[in-house]
Design a protein around this ligand. Structure first.
Ligand SMILES: [Zn+2]
Length: 298
């Protein structure tokens, strides 16, 4: 299967490595505290385990914490083995994994599978929000047909407006990408997107639509180059958009409008780490552990 990533371990190795809840918990713990335990309450550096309850206890202040408390994995009623396998299946194939596939592979309900993937996307989105694009950036917008299931008017489709930015090296090699669902493509919103996602001094290329010219003028970008829309100078970006649309259609058979931003962030997370191969598993697990999760987003 061409979509499969090179893996540092076989499925058999993986199954052996994570064959008990205790081994999974230990792995979560090691990734959460890579430089040794630090108590979130008192800063103490020594802890013991309460094996019967799957908890760790600070030896200084006696606070009990789980390996996942306060992260996207917290309070989910999903075992750590299921989380580990879900992340494995979600990252081992660059085409991703739908809730239906996950449900079948892990023998969980569709609701649980959807919930797991939703939380993993929140972790990806959180991680992506840390970075800005720089160097040379191609900027454009696109539309995507989305399902509006759940809205009062019932099931339907709606074209979502999306801004897309892809950075390149000086040699023209694609580097990183950002996408955002836009309320509109007026100059004010274009300017806001650029300020949030593109670093000062970046060279930006776009077509010469007036909303781009106005939205990016007077901002702090170093250089601004425009093309006629039909010139199709934004080759890197348009290839990226085609791949994104194929990803959404192929894996998810479309996306719900209300969750679209998370799908955009998932695709960018994958694109921005496209050379990570099997390391993507650990990176996503770490992203989930570092994503402070408060409240119930679903
Ligand atoms: Zn403590």
């Amino acid at each position: 299967m061409s979509g499969l990533k090179k893996s540092a371990f076989s499925v058999v190795d993986f199954a052996t490595r994570f064959d008990t809840e205790d081994k999974c918990r230990e792995h979560f713990f090691q990734l959460r505290f890579p430089h040794g335990f630090v108590c979130p309450k008192c800063g103490g550096s020594s802890c013991g385990q309460i094996r019967t309850r799957g908890l760790y206890q600070c030896k200084t202040c006696r606070k009990q914490i789980s390996a996942t408390s306060g992260t996207v994995f917290h309070g989910t009623h999903v075992s750590l083995r299921i989380w580990i396998w879900a992340i494995y299946l979600f990252t081992i194939d660059k085409r991703g994994c739908s809730a239906l596939q996950l449900m079948r592979e892990l023998k969980v309900t569709y609701k649980t599978a959807w919930f797991i993937l939703h939380r993993l996307r929140i972790a990806m989105s959180h991680r992506e929000s840390r970075y800005m694009l720089d160097s040379f950036v191609e900027l454009d917008d696109t539309y995507l047909g989305t399902s509006t299931h759940g809205k009062k008017r019932g099931r339907g489709t709606e074209k979502a407006k999306i801004m897309v930015a892809v950075s390149k090296s000086r040699e023209g090699i694609p580097m990183f990408a950002k996408m955002a669902v836009m309320p509109n493509l007026h100059s004010i919103e274009v300017g806001k997107f650029a300020l949030k996602n593109i670093a000062e001094g970046t060279h930006i290329s776009s077509d010469n639509a007036s909303s781009y010219k106005k939205g990016l003028a007077e901002k702090y970008f170093h250089h601004f180059k425009t093309f006629e829309p039909e010139a199709d100078e934004l080759v890197t970006l348009h290839t990226f958009i085609s791949n994104f649309k194929a990803f959404i259609a192929g894996t998810y058979h479309g996306a719900e409008r209300v969750h679209l931003q998370l799908y955009l962030d998932e695709f960018c997370f994958r694109f921005n780490r496209r050379n990570y191969d099997a390391r993507l598993f650990e990176r996503l697990l770490t992203a989930g552990l570092e994503c402070a999760y408060v409240g119930d987003l679903g």
